[in-house]
Design a protein around this ligand. Structure first.
Ligand SMILES: Cc1cc2nc3c(=O)[nH]c(=O)nc-3n(C[C@H](O)[C@H](O)[C@H](O)COP(=O)(O)O)c2cc1C
Length: 179
């Protein structure tokens, strides 16, 4: 069974992206082994403090190393990705062994992108993340899923997918497992 590592880009308790990740996790039950990356306390990357690798950075890099697929669920902030997601990818783009770029854990890693936001359906953040991940050597599934939050969802705080979106999510998930 493939190991899928979920990366939820929102720090918010009631996050719609977390709700999307929870729906996806249910859909993957019995089809993949899902774990979530705990990176929300990762400090900002500081090259003065990179080596030796901290325990937290070590654990994060090991989890990424062991995953067959990274599944990002990310909001959109000002047509881009939240800074915590950029910081994570920057950290993953650095070599574990100083100057040995063959030790970069994100290189060659497969990734798939999901996102929910306001009217753009996280299209800009997914595009930005695709560019960034491709630049650092990950392989990003061309298929991706976005959902634009509707008025009722903003009011209730609950994510709600249409039948078509639910089917699209199924399709992106199965495509990603075969990717
Ligand atoms: C700083 C900030 C900037 C935002 N910029 C955008 C944006 O450019 N496009 C958009 O569709 N939504 C934007 N939003 C709305 C968020 O994408 C939306 O609140 C989303 O639900 C946050 O994800 P979460 O519920 O998982 O925390 C922005 C929100 C914040 C806080």
């Amino acid at each position: 069974m493939k190991k899928v590592l979920f990366i939820v880009g929102s720090l918010r308790k009631g996050s719609y992206n977390r709700q999307l990740a929870e729906i996806a996790e249910k859909k993957l039950a019995g089809k993949a082994e899902v774990n979530e990356l705990d990176f929300h306390t990762l400090p900002f990357l500081n090259q003065d403090l990179e080596y030796p690798e901290s325990e937290l950075v070590h654990v994060i890099r090991e989890e990424v190393k062991q995953a067959d697929l990274l599944a990002f669920f990310t909001p959109e902030y000002n047509h881009s990705i939240p800074s915590q997601v950029k910081n994570l990818v920057d950290t993953l783009s650095r070599p574990v062994v100083p100057n040995d770029y063959s030790s970069v854990v994100i290189k060659g890693k497969k990734a798939v992108l999901f996102g929910t936001s306001g009217s753009s359906a996280a299209q800009f953040s997914r595009n930005t993340l695709r560019e960034l991940l491709t630049f650092v050597g990950a392989e990003v599934d061309p298929e991706s899923f976005g959902h634009a939050l509707q008025k009722e969802e903003w009011i209730s705080g609950a994510l709600s997918l249409s039948k078509e979106e639910d089917e699209k999510l199924d399709s992106v998930l199965s495509d990603a497992l075969a990717f």
